[in-house]
Design a protein around this ligand. Structure first.
Ligand code: PHB
Length: 402
């Protein structure tokens, strides 16, 4: 006669084993889906960009530029179909690590592309370094990222904050100014842009007499403009971008300062902003690695394709996004789409010559572009290139020991 107690225990054990197996299968379902995506050849790109706040338009331009290049390649890079996921980083550094971890750990992206704001980008770079995730930066110029934080798996297709600042310092000194005031947001990008300006300006014999700042993304400029008016420097150097740049240029003109004290800026001051700035921006001189009126075939083709796709003109941010996709494409082509071949992937990316709308460029040892910085003058709705402020300018990469 069967032992009923034993029989029940046996049944229970079988039931438990079945449930455990089901649980394991359920747990495996996620990687199984990933394996399927892999087999289908899809490569996941995670955009971490500002889609709200003062830099919202910049984030959209970067995404547009990136997608344009991928579309031009038939939706594939290195033979892999590209799929996108995105996170709005809100230009909020305190949420930077959590947001990038959403892409890396929750969404399992193969590569992160972002962002605009230097403080957020530094949080991203730290996580990228810790997790070994490939990070391509299409804008944020934080000097530390291609300095002490530099890494094999981190690349930038835009600029370091030092680069346009330094170039404008050289130009301001050449134009004979002696005493200059600076004004910017108090955060990495503002500080570093002003730092670059100071270096170029002092080398040319100039002196920065006072640095004015306000917290990011504050736009209450009035008290500081009053201080500038009272001090009467030879000129003012500034770093502002996006919505803040629109307001600053308008307020500077409304205070009448544009008639008496020349305003110079890193080119973000007038890029993607001229529609909104209108008359207030006319005649402003800025320095940047892109501008209007370049006679390069690549730029002409890029502009035609971008304006056809998005019904608007591209700006420097769109170029950063487009070139981020180009750089990734060069790496993926070299490894035939196999992201596991990290050493070969990074080697190809580091050695890339990028056929950018700004003009072809290569990366320095610290993975920051070595590039001409143009001098531009606002004429109508354009940042007309009027010369090259500094040729083939490389970020010094101070503290990078890669
Ligand atoms: C930055 O935070 O590095 C930054 C933001 C906006 C710009 C340029 C640089 O236009």
């Amino acid at each position: 006669m069967p032992d009923n107690r034993f029989h029940t225990e046996e049944m229970n054990m079988r039931k438990t084993r079945l449930l455990t197996a089901l649980a394991v299968a359920a747990a495996l379902a996620v990687p199984a889906t990933d394996a399927l995506a892999q087999a289908a050849g899809k490569l996941k790109v995670g955009f971490m960009l500002p889609y709200t706040g003062t830099f919202a338009a910049l984030g959209t331009a970067i995404e547009n530029g990136f997608r344009l290049y991928v579309n031009e390649q038939g939706g594939k890079l290195g033979g892999r179909e590209i799929e996108f996921v995105k996170v709005d980083d809100e230009s909020e550094p305190s949420k930077g690590a959590d947001n990038v971890n959403k892409l890396i750990k929750r969404d399992n992206v193969d590569v992160v592309v972002g962002t605009v704001h230097s403080g957020v980008a530094m949080a991203m770079a730290k996580v990228a370094k810790e997790t070994g995730t490939l990070l391509v930066i299409p804008n944020a110029g934080a000097v530390a990222i291609t300095g002490p934080m530099c890494a094999q798996n981190i690349f930038r297709t835009s600029f370091s904050n030092w680069q346009p600042g330094y170039a404008m310092g050289v130009v301001a000194a050449e134009r004979g100014h002696k005493k200059v005031m600076t004004i910017t947001w108090k955060y990495a990008a503002g500080d570093e842009s002003v730092g670059g300006f100071k270096e170029g300006f002092e080398k040319g014999g100039g002196q920065v007499i006072k640095d004015l700042t306000l917290p990011f993304p504050n736009v209450e400029f009035q008290a500081l403009l009053t201080e500038i008016a009272a001090a009467k420097p030879d000129a003012v150097y500034t770093f502002f971008a996006g919505g803040g740049a629109v307001k600053f240029v308008k307020d500077y003109a409304a205070a009448g300062l544009n008639k008496t004290i020349p305003l110079y800026g890193a080119g973000f001051l007038t890029d993607g902003t001229l529609e909104a700035q209108g008359d207030a921006a006319q005649g402003l001189l800025t320095t940047l690695h892109y501008g209007d009126g370049l006679t390069l075939a690549k730029d002409k083709a890029f502009r035609a394709a971008y304006s056809a796709a998005y019904k608007m003109q591209p700006d420097v941010y769109a170029v950063g996004g487009y070139d981020a996709a180009q750089l990734l494409g060069i790496g993926l082509t070299a490894v035939k789409g196999d992201m596991a071949k990290k050493a070969d992937l990074y080697k190809a990316m580091a050695a890339a010559k990028i056929d950018s709308p700004r003009g072809a460029f290569t990366l320095g040892k610290n993975h920051d572009p070595v590039q001409d910085i143009y001098l531009r003058k606002v004429e109508g709705k354009e940042n007309k290139v009027v010369g090259i402020a500094v040729k083939a300018l490389a970020d010094p990469g101070r503290g990078c020991t890669m």
